[in-house]
Write a protein that binds this ligand. Sequence first.
Ligand code: FEO
Ligand code: CA
Ligand code: CA
Length: 707
Amino acid sequence: MSLPRNFLQLLPMAGHTRGNRDAMTCHFKCGDACAQAVCNTSSNSYFRDIADKAMSRRAALGLGGVAAAAVVVGPQIANAPSASADFGGFGKGGGKLSFNAIDPVERTVDTVTVPEGYDWAPIIRWGDPLFHDAPVFDGANQTAAAQEQQFGYNNDYLNILADRGNGRTGVLVCNHEYTNEYMMFDPAWQAENADEARRIAWAAHGFSVVELKRAKAGQKWEYVVGGARNRRITATTPFRLDGPAAGSDLVKTVADPEGLTVLGTNNNCAGGTTPWGTIISGEENFNQYFQGRGTAEEARYGIGTGAPSRGWEKLDPRFSAQNPGYENETNRFGYIVEIDPQDPTSTPVKHTALGRFKHEGANINIAADGRVVAYSGDDERFDYVYKFISKGKYREGDKAHNMTLLSEGDLYVAKFSETSAAEIDGSGAVPSDGAFDGGGEWLPLVKNGTSRIAGMSVAEVLVYTRLAADKAGATKMDRPEDVEPNPATGKLYIALTNNSNRGKAGNAPADEANPVNGNRDGHIIELTERGNDAAALTFDWNILLVAGDPAVSDTTYFSGFPPEKVSPISCPDNLAFDSRGNLWISTDGAPGKIGYCDAIHKVQLTGPERGKVEQFLAVPAGAEACGPVIHDREDSVFVAVQHPGEGGTYAEPYSLFPDFKASREDVRAGEFYGPRPSVVQVFSTRGNKGVGHAKRAAKAKSLPRKK
Ligand code: FEO
Ligand code: CA
Ligand code: CA
């Protein structure tokens, strides 16, 4: 196969204009969510109408005393299988990973760009075989049977869990959010084999669990074909539906009259690792896989009545609610799922107790009394931030007990209040009190096993959670993504990725917690539970940063740190922390906003350099930076490179990552040479000689590409 004649003209993607996200990403990833009408049409008062007028900034700060002594047990610190490797060795005096920030990378550059002294290599790529009898990847002749035994597509949430012991073995867990059929399939073949293409897509969704090995701690990991814990979970794997809404009439179908077993999980986006070592992840834009009936509940979740482009309902009737008996199938998606990566025979679970919405993910903290608290954002314009507080208490070392904690408890949604309401005009100007800040409360939706929403049963609240939160009066936010507690302080960080509709006619105007009209680049809120207890029902908050490129935007804010000294950043998405409590942010959408490749940045949270954003890496052209996992004690960062080259097609790829078969000689006739979503390890070049891919990428990059 030769390179397409117009290959060079494809960089950047023709017709793709600065200021917009790639149309293909919008379509396949989110079901064109941003092109649709805003789902939240509730007249739910935004918080200014009902703000606690008595709340002064002084009172807020006083009540929210930063009780550093009362540090909450961080989930990753207590993480059962591998506290040290999971979190870079928090508490062990680690913390290398010193680097000089890289310059932002022009969005057509097709490589992983890392700081001086570092190199990178993939650990595992889409299609790599997981089992001894799995076929080697042949992207030009892919089959569903092969894909079921291979690493899935578009890896998003990621963790690298080293086993206790010598540090030479471990397990990689990640999810596979969605498929891009334009890039995976030859269109002529797909036209003739539509159902097989759908089965491949089913098999490319879900999760992968893969064992890892390395020669010694600190070196690059390799994955193990045929590892004892290797596992694929797909769009057809049985899940146990759990919690108060399981078995209710709202989740029964003709194929599952008991409402207890759901086939598959779709569109899993971010996630978290629990203190007991399981993985939890959010079913996000699940709506796009279904054809609805036109009910109000479906509309609130963005489920349309048109036939979805993937056409899964043509292969399995459950994907259309218009098919008799499957009216409720959509109610069985949109949950937090939990899987046990240590037990390949375990049945994965969907937790209805945490509510149903477009969960970005979930992350857990432990309250002072031992109850576990799961935080979760609903990633949609003008949707909400939630928290769940378990009924039971965490028991160190009792995994079987701890795996019941997300099954029963109270569900709340956040209402934010302001200190400077009169000064917020949508311009992003910092109020005269020096901060975007305020207080807030967690409004109950379900408490002590009873519904707190008039006219809705517990099952209705948990299945139609968005509608319940509308009634409760939650604060409409700018697309809440990761909501993650800092293990070093217990403070919570909320990534709000962007919201072009903020302040537009008919939509909620700017408020102090979402202070920029047309919010292009997103922002991050720092939230402190009062008393520094995760079970508190009131909190204080402030904005850590308002993202953007300070060179061209006057709405950026970095907690007072000089904007000219930060790396440009746009569309914060996934959050992580290093062993010293620095925040690490991966981005999704920077190319279409500020013209640079998506990236991973480090941000200091305390001291004179609080707010200083430093770019660590950039992902290849068209890709989104997911994960990330920071093992600073071992001088490593892991990133799930999702949708590299999105905007290109099967025949005309826009990226050649990660193998860079960029010349005629490299590509055999009929061989797939397009981009492969991959998990990448970035490592110090010390002690890792000759394994990096930077040189290979540089060779491909030397092709004379047209700007
Ligand atoms: Fe899949 Fe909210 O990003
Ligand atoms: Ca203020
Ligand atoms: Ca995300």
